[in-house]
Ligand binder design. Sequence first.
Ligand SMILES: [Zn+2]
Ligand SMILES: [Zn+2]
Length: 392
Amino acid sequence: MIMDDKTIEFLKQTFREFYYKNSSKITAPIRMNEREFGYMSFNKVMVRHLSFRTDGELRVFLIRESPHSVYYSCAYYYEPTLPMGEKGWKGADLIFDIDADSIPTRCKDEHDIWVCKDCKFMDKGKRPETCPKCASTRIEEESWFCPLCLNATKNEAIKLVDFLLEDFGIPKDKIKVYFSGSRGYHVTVEESSLEGLDQLARNEISDYISGTGFSIESLGISKGASYDDMYGFLPLANEPGWRGRIASFFTEFEFESYELIDKDVRDKILYIYGKIGYKSFEELIKKIVNDLGVKIDVMVTTDIHRIFRLPNTLHGNTGMLKKKCDDLTSFDPLIDAVVLSDEPVKLFVYRAPKFNLKGDFFGPYHSEEVTLPLMVAVYLLGKGLAKVINSY
Ligand SMILES: [Zn+2]
Ligand SMILES: [Zn+2]
């Protein structure tokens, strides 16, 4: 959706005021002068290869440019402002992106819609390949997010942190978790021994954490082997890594057969294996691994030149803050990351479902004029679902 000039100007002014009033909270990432910075303007122009030396420079830049989005590199360079091939890569933080989009939740059928750009036909749920009314393939998706999918996303972040702590032995103070400002979580590992890893090694880490390529042979199961032979190779719950994770799952699993009460986890595994056979057991383990693994965006973790949203900056699609979560369990993005004021703004809203922000419900709206608190107004304007009529 194309934004009109008045709306763009309004958003820019709103962001500028926020950065001006909160400039003391804008802090640079560690080793700032070794990083590349970039930004996207509200006119959707992308600028990269910038560099800042001090917090002050960064603050002045944010107030002056008031961008839609601000990014910094996970990588450290000798010359961050030179073209990519000449920067001189020194290393990079290990980064993870978890996005509500890639986590299947049922609420999506309720709040995601798609619109045919040609005949304007729209419907709920996942977009079809072609429009059922006019057969056009020019279909625009409008994904929304709600407490349910944000919670599912948070659970993935909690699992990820556990992998980093338990399986990779990364100290807790090196792991930083952020709400992304839109519909997910970012996790970064700074100043660790993994900094020098190349793309391939990062790909292996991603595969491990997501459970990609896990084989049941690594659990000690092997086709044709006798139970007695396999028994000694089966995992125990106190083992590290995936074997221990899967053994823990079976330890906690409720079995219908009471012969198994007080039995060893290995007996439980063999009991199921014997009952359902190799093929089904393999399917079952696949399902368990899919549940226990983390749904990370592999492209992000393996890209060692990635620029990533800068913490404590506003997301242009929502007006919400990329915010550090000190206590992930209690963090509620729809409250804690909503930082703009509640001064009234008059809008024309094209459409919006009923939604919740900062503890209040709004909408649904269908082509109507509404006066809304600034934080809610920016949330709709940023998504291209409304335009400014007047601001007080
Ligand atoms: Zn159509
Ligand atoms: Zn949802």
